[in-house]
Design a protein around this ligand. Structure first.
Ligand SMILES: O=C1C[C@@](O)(C(=O)O)C[C@@H](O)[C@@H]1O
Length: 251
């Protein structure tokens, strides 16, 4: 199965490329968006946890989203609030996080929304349903910045996300050894073969770079590359990422 976000199809061909926008005020966000659009990624990820004043004032957040859309035209936008526990920059209570995701969906601030797996299950399910009602694609996520979990744990989490209704399950983790990277890749390969939904995985840091370029081989449909400032350790520049993916293309 492939998942369509505006004009792109995830889950077929080379992994698509997302570039995070980590601007911390409206001017920065719009300037980065221009630079990102020029680099022609498949998708822009708007990391709203970097935008403190927008999170504190949702009218402002919505106004910026409108300007962003005007600026990038048809470029698909994924809106992500990454919680502090999972590598984000801004602390937010559980309630505020869930309310924020709801605002993102109801106001259609993007074409897709990131919903983290590890929150109250019923509320997560409700958000997934709401997103689908509003025609917003759900990328469900989990991040471990310390380690790579056991293979069955990785597989369980990705499958659990699918059960909760995620259109695309995603897992990012931090390897401490080459063996850790192999385990993530092996879990990716097994889950990719049995799940209907396309998945996204990556190992972070330098050791993990190989996992960011080899998604087509192991079964990950999207990779994050940087234009300017990156949003996680080990991200390559969009230019290097695109070239490296091409070297490994399955023809
Ligand atoms: O989930 C991810 C993946 C990521 O953490 C990475 O390792 O590239 C970068 C984040 O911006 C994004 O939300």
């Amino acid at each position: 199965m492939t998942v369509k976000i505006r004009n792109i199809d995830l889950g077929t061909g080379l992994p698509k490329i997302a570039v995070p926008n980590v601007g911390s005020n409206e001017a920065e966000i719009l300037t980065s968006a221009k630079e990102i659009a020029q680099a022609k990624p498949d998708l822009m990820e708007w990391r709203i946890d970097y935008y403190k004043s927008g999170i504190e004032d949702l009218t402002k957040l919505t106004a910026t989203a409108k300007k962003l859309r005007e600026l990038v035209g048809e470029l698909p936008i994924l809106v992500t609030f990454r919680t502090k526990n999972e590598g984000g920059v801004l602390p937010l209570t559980e309630d505020k996080y869930l309310e924020l995701v709801e605002t993102v969906i109801i106001n259609r601030l993007g074409d897709a929304v990131d919903i983290e797996l590890f929150h109250d299950e019923n509320r997560v399910k409700h958000l997934v349903q709401l997103a689908h009602d509003y025609n917003v694609v759900v990328i469900m996520s989990n991040h471990d910045f310390e380690k790579v979990p056991a293979q069955d744990v990785i597989e369980f989490r990705l499958k659990k996300m699918a059960t909760l209704g995620a259109d695309i399950p995603k897992l990012a983790c931090m390897p401490q050894s080459a063996g850790d990277v192999l385990r993530l890749l092996s879990a990716t390969d097994s889950v990719h073969k049995v799940l209907e939904q396309p998945i996204i995985t990556m190992a972070m840091g330098d050791l993990g770079k190989v996992s960011r370029i080899a998604g087509q081989v192991f079964g990950s449909c999207l990779s994050f590359g940087a234009v300017g400032k990156s949003s996680a350790p080990g991200q390559l520049s969009i230019r290097d990422l695109r070239e490296a993916e091409k070297f490994l293309e399955l023809k």
